[in-house]
Design a protein around this ligand. Sequence first.
Ligand SMILES: *Cc1c(COP(=O)(O)O)cnc(C)c1O
Ligand SMILES: *[C@@H]1O[C@H](CO)[C@@H](O)[C@H](O)[C@H]1NC(C)=O
Ligand SMILES: *[C@@H]1O[C@H](CO)[C@@H](O)[C@H](O)[C@H]1NC(C)=O
Length: 567
Amino acid sequence: MPGSSRLPVSLRETFIARKSSARGQIVALNVDVLRNIVFVLFLLRWTRKLFYQLKGRGITGSIFDVYTSVRRTLYGVFLRLPGVRTKVQTQVAESLLKLERKLVPTGPGVERIITLPAEGWSEEQVRKALNDLEAMEHTRWEDGRVSGAVYHGGGELIKLQTEAFGKFTVSNPIHPDVFPGVRKMEAEIVAMVLSLFNAPEGAAGVTTSGGTESILMACLSARQKAFHERGVTEPEMILPETAHTAFRKAGEYFKIKVHLVACKAPQYKVHLPSVSRLINPNTVLLVGSAPNFPHGIIDDISGLSRLAHKKKLPLHVDCCLGSFIIPLLAKAGFEGEPFDFKLKGVTSISCDTHKYGFAPKGNSTVLYRSDDFRKYQYFISPDWSGGVYASPSIAGSRPGALIAGCWASLVRQGESGYIDACHKIVGTMKKIEGAIREKPELSSDLKIIGRPLVSVVAFLSTTLDIYDIADGMSEKGWHLNALQSPAAIHIAVTLPIVAAADKLIADLVEVTEEVRERERKRIAEGKGAKGAVKGDTAALYGVAGSLPNKSVVVDLAKGFLDTLYKV
Ligand SMILES: *Cc1c(COP(=O)(O)O)cnc(C)c1O
Ligand SMILES: *[C@@H]1O[C@H](CO)[C@@H](O)[C@H](O)[C@H]1NC(C)=O
Ligand SMILES: *[C@@H]1O[C@H](CO)[C@@H](O)[C@H](O)[C@H]1NC(C)=O
């Protein structure tokens, strides 16, 4: 091909003019021009990327990003060194074996079913087996020993839900003509939740299988909207680092680049100026939590709303956890902060009916300011050989029974029922918070994170290993949540915990005293930090926290998932 050498254009022109026809000259010129254009575009693209990186993270931030990335890579290389690799693999295998022994029952007395029974069991047999499965040894959520996890509204409500299931076991909202009652209930659930969140005229929503699906849908809708209306092909979203990990899942599933913004002490709310700096033409969504999972803190939603409105960007507020508590704080007489559609920048909200709505598990809603947003999460296939197909969210067939269970819970509780629950739950959170702040046995070593206003209270320690306290509580039969960066634990108050709060506080005092005593002894005996005997939580998070490259933790977590499917 002429013109593939790197001669200056003018020189090459004379050269070509002499040697080839006029036609060849034009082709050569075109190839040259084209190459220059491609090069300039390439340069522009990278300059633009660099510019937005520097604008978003600043020079020190960018240097820090490079530093962590290099450190991670180097540590990754270290982990792959022959000696290190086998050692790490053995330790991972050992931990997983320990886990398997704990989760998967074995031994002569255990019957395992790995093929279909040749003849079906008798009803009696099935009932007995179900009873045994229900009674397997477990952390006692029934006695309020578990943080979060079981959000139920009392035995009576559970009975009513079970009745509702029974009536709608075979129903599927994908066939609204066959199950008109299910369609009606589903539409009413969305309407009720919309009104709870002060939705304006024209607002719309859908039900989903859980908070994660609600969040996935909101992110998908924002991505599709930006693609169709603004031609954004490399979407990015900006999250508080404390936002639920479902947003990171959305980033991975839908190829949306995720920017995390620090939520620093003492407020632990997302840092607004950092969010603002990270906004660029590829931004498709801003996110805030009300409240977040780790610390139970409500981000500055008013500030985010102003920013989103000014920049004409969608803002999603994650109220999955806040669900039916945060909208009723004021009516229950507690202090709150603005978080819902009353703020004009808020364009979507996720609310879990299966958390403090007390609906059966597998139920959530995602709400949009208008159908302009909702339509982008729909999937429609007009030319499938199976017929014209349309579905609102990820699932195809869906259990109508769950919709009935959810509907029954909402209308049975009513506003007064949820206000009452809000009283008990937030009241208990404040009781635990008060104890940690005011009881000298606790306040000397434990510190509350930020100012919690809803149902979660998180605390850390600068003097003791907080994970030792988590392990101590586990030994006493409690299941609290371990958090990382910073190391902390949290308690998500549910109705079963309300009744157990005094015992919880008493046990926390005892465990803190024990850990303090053990520390004192260890130091007196002149043993270093390595001399301490560690429980499971302390061992996992103590190591994980200090690793620059978390591939070992990834291996452990993968092994954990595999273990779940062992019989
Ligand atoms: C629970 C929760 C979610 C969603 O979780 P699911 O388990 O999928 O229902 C999202 N955000 C927050 C803050 C949560 O606590
Ligand atoms: C972390 O370490 C693993 C294992 O050595 C390696 O495969 C991975 O690429 C590393 N991660 C990064 C970001 O360098
Ligand atoms: C409840 O969960 C089912 C199953 O995922 C889903 O199809 C339905 O839309 C949900 N309904 C409500 C009200 O959350």
